[in-house]
Design a protein around this ligand. Structure first.
Ligand code: SAH
Length: 347
């Protein structure tokens, strides 16, 4: 029976209000139920104590409340927490809580598997099964916020869309989830504390600029030379660097937001002076920041983290060109929770 019932959280507040009016009830009832569903994260209609028993029964007859369930939780020696979350149809995605001294960050998934085929990423080996719904993205954040309060005595402070999936290939649902996360009727978090990380889908970057979004953008660049980038991120053949750059210029002109690039330096792939020069050229059109991220091995060693000498060369050449650069250490490696390691291994 329940398979035919609609997920009540797929309804907007307006639709819920209309539903109650159609039922001969007051539109205001829709507000109450909406608050239970989102602000109070009710899992059952029976939790909605300011709604009459008959109304709860009527809701039960018409709808289900689909919730994710934290299936397994692993804690790393560095404090990182990884959740494998089960979706209503049994599929699993992972999300990660990363604590530092000053903040706790949720790294959330946007798709089950991934649409893209980056050679160095474990998630790419799971084919894309489906997009996550807005509520499934939102629930990951709620679960991590709860864990943050429980284990670190503080609410979640930041969110990065760097888990499984390509957020810009599930754009509408990601936007809906962020609307909820930032709304006072949801978690009320500031969009400035949210980063959407993309491999670079030019059309969607332009759309984000047109939509005047308030969150931050990070681009997984890894190389500013087309042949190199295509060899490690094959979709670059479809969306070459010139298109990506044009879209980013458009984004910068509209938003005036600095662009962050995620970048791993690998031995024998992008560890030469010409690679850094190409990166500097690529970044020039807008204020940029380059995050040099540590490589998290996923297999038999086709990819190897470059030497510290190569990293130092990147840092000094970027700095000499007034490009902000940070060298980021991995977190949660011992539980396969670091960037690019999310592949449902523990479950
Ligand atoms: N699809 C999005 C978000 C998910 S990946 C994107 O590409 O940005 C999150 C980040 O982890 C990206 O910067 C990605 O390039 C990086 N990454 C993937 N595999 C990695 C690995 N094995 N080691 C380090 N970083 C990796």
């Amino acid at each position: 029976m329940s398979a035919q019932k609609k997920d009540i959280r797929a309804l907007t507040k307006e639709q819920l209000r209309d539903f109650f009016v159609e039922q001969g009830d007051k539109a205001f009832r829709g507000n109450q139920v909406y608050e239970w569903l989102w602000q109070k994260s009710a899992h059952n209609f029976d939790d909605m104590t300011n709604v009459s028993i008959e109304t709860r029964k009527m809701l039960e007859d018409n709808f289900v409340i689909n919730h994710i369930k934290v299936d397994t939780m692993q804690r790393s020696s560095d404090g990182t927490v990884k959740n494998a979350v089960k979706l209503h149809d049994g599929l699993i995605v992972e999300s990660v809580l990363i604590p530092t001294k000053s903040r706790t960050t949720a790294c959330v998934s946007s798709q089950v598997g991934c649409s893209l085929d980056c050679k160095f990423c474990a998630t790419a080996r799971l084919k894309r099964m489906r997009n996550l719904n807005p509520d499934e993205i939102y629930d990951q954040v709620v679960a991590i916020d709860k864990e943050s309060r429980l284990y670190f005595n503080r609410p979640l402070s930041n969110i990065v869309f760097m888990g499984m999936g390509e957020p810009l290939m599930n754009y509408n649902n990601v936007i809906k989830a962020i609307d909820k996360i930032t709304s006072s009727e949801g978690l009320g978090m500031s969009p400035k504390r949210i980063v959407v990380s993309t491999s670079g889908v030019p059309k969607m970057i332009k759309k984000m600029a047109d939509d005047d979004v308030k969150f931050k953008l990070a681009v997984s660049l890894h190389s500013a030379i087309d042949e190199v980038r295509t060899s490690i991120m094959p979709f670059n053949a479809t969306f070459p660097l010139s298109d990506l750059r044009e879209a980013l210029e458009y984004w910068y002109k509209k938003t005036k937001n600095r662009i962050t690039y995620e970048y791993v330096v690998w031995d024998g792939i992008n560890d030469q002076k010409k690679d850094v020069e190409a990166l500097i050229q690529f970044c020039k059109f807008a204020p940029s920041k380059v995050n040099l991220i540590e490589y998290n091995p996923i297999d038999d060693g086709e990819f190897q983290q470059a030497s510290s000498k190569a990293i130092d060369m990147y840092v000094s050449m970027l700095e000499a060109n007034h490009i902000t650069v940070t060298v980021r250490r991995s977190r949660g490696k011992d539980i396969d929770a670091a960037c690019g390691q999310l592949a449902n291994k523990g479950s």
